[in-house]
Design a protein around this ligand. Structure first.
Ligand SMILES: [Zn+2]
Length: 348
């Protein structure tokens, strides 16, 4: 992981990043870890962070709460960043997740879809007993469970808009209270991401296959998403050095114009593998090495420089938040949005 981070910094330092300004879009990248037992998440894509080891200690045998039962879950025990465990009413918890994971300016139906996805994902995490050792169901770390912001953080973020946004997010949380997306009776692994390039990614392309995380159309375009298309322009020697740091065996002795070999795309159009300097790199590996916003990219060479042109943001699996926003603007309700992005699940 440290090596990956180092390489990512290296890439950022030596490459010239064009329009890559902070988004007014989703604050966190909405990145749940891969499903339990996944081995495909070890490839060091930014979203595939390794979860912390389960807490040790005498409390580790604390009984798990039956959060996967079909009865509505009214409270959740949240492990916060400072190590305290808060027991929160579900709408309070979901309001904090919405604030952290989706722009409060989004359509109410998109926020409701996110609220159900967040509740389902929380129960999915809780069922994994990651934090049972400290008596918590979930934590507030987006790289482990999902992001959450407390009221003070929301006040700081929204300033004069606090009352308005707070009311709006709470309304989405309360309107969907008790609703969970399930697959075969169990809370669904409701992965989500910021924006897709025409279609979402099938989970099996980057993690383990999940029956309801398949590639589906996603309607957002450059007109809907800030910085939908981003570019990374890299001098040839820097491009070579970043790739060599990961694949010392690659051969860049030939003419620069011949360094790009075959690029294989998966069913959603994202880069599955690219042969560069005679070595094969996966799309997620290149995304990590060059800090690209997604694996939906084109790569070209011209006059001593390599150019990545990247569409969308995030791993691409599950619900696209900007796609949900477009569907909501076009009149879709939250249940319809969820059924679109998680086909085969049931809203209970
Ligand atoms: Zn966690």
């Amino acid at each position: 992981m440290k090596k990956t981070l180092f390489l990512a910094y290296l890439a950022l330092l030596i490459c010239f990043l064009l329009p890559f300004v902070p988004l007014p879009g989703p604050e966190a990248e909405a990145i749940p870890p891969p499903p339990e037992g996944s081995t495909a998440g070890t490839e060091a894509a930014p979203e595939a962070k390794t979860s912390p080891e389960p807490e040790e200690g005498p409390a580790a045998e604390a009984e798990a709460r039956p959060l996967t039962a079909s009865a509505p879950v009214e409270t959740i025990r949240l492990l916060t960043a400072d190590g305290t465990v808060l027991e929160l009413e579900m709408p309070d918890y979901i309001t904090g997740v919405l604030a952290a994971e989706m722009p409060a300016s989004f359509e109410p139906e998109a926020l409701k879809a996110q609220a159900v996805a967040a509740a389902s994902y929380a129960l999915y995490c809780a069922a994994g007993n990651k934090h049972a050792g400290v008596g918590a169901d979930v934590c507030a770390d987006f790289s482990c469970c999902q992001a959450w912001q407390d009221e003070q953080a929301r006040r700081d973020k929204w300033g004069g808009d606090f009352e308005q946004y707070e009311r709006k997010l709470r309304a989405a949380a309360e309107a969907t209270a008790g609703q969970v997306l399930r697959y075969q009776g169990q809370p669904a692994f409701t992965a989500f991401h910021a924006s897709s390039a025409g279609a979402t990614e099938a989970s099996g392309e980057i993690w383990n296959p999940v029956p309801y995380l398949v590639s589906v159309d996603s309607p957002e375009t450059a007109g809907d998403v800030p910085n939908y298309v981003s570019t990374l322009d890299c001098a040839a020697l820097d491009f070579r050095d970043v790739l060599l740091s990961a694949r010392p065996e690659a051969d860049f002795s030939g003419d620069e114009s011949g360094w790009i070999g075959e690029i294989v795309r998966d069913g959603s159009g994202r880069v599955k593998t690219a042969r560069l300097g005679g070595a094969d790199f996966s799309g997620t590996e290149l995304r990590s090495l060059f800090s690209l916003r997604s694996t939906a990219f084109e790569l070209s060479y011209s006059e001593g420089r390599f150019l990545f042109t990247v569409t969308g943001s995030g791993h691409g699996v599950g619900m696209s938040q900007y796609g949900a926003q477009v569907l909501a603007k076009n009149g879709a309700g939250y249940a319809e949005i969820l059924a679109h992005y998680y086909p085969g699940t049931e809203l209970s």
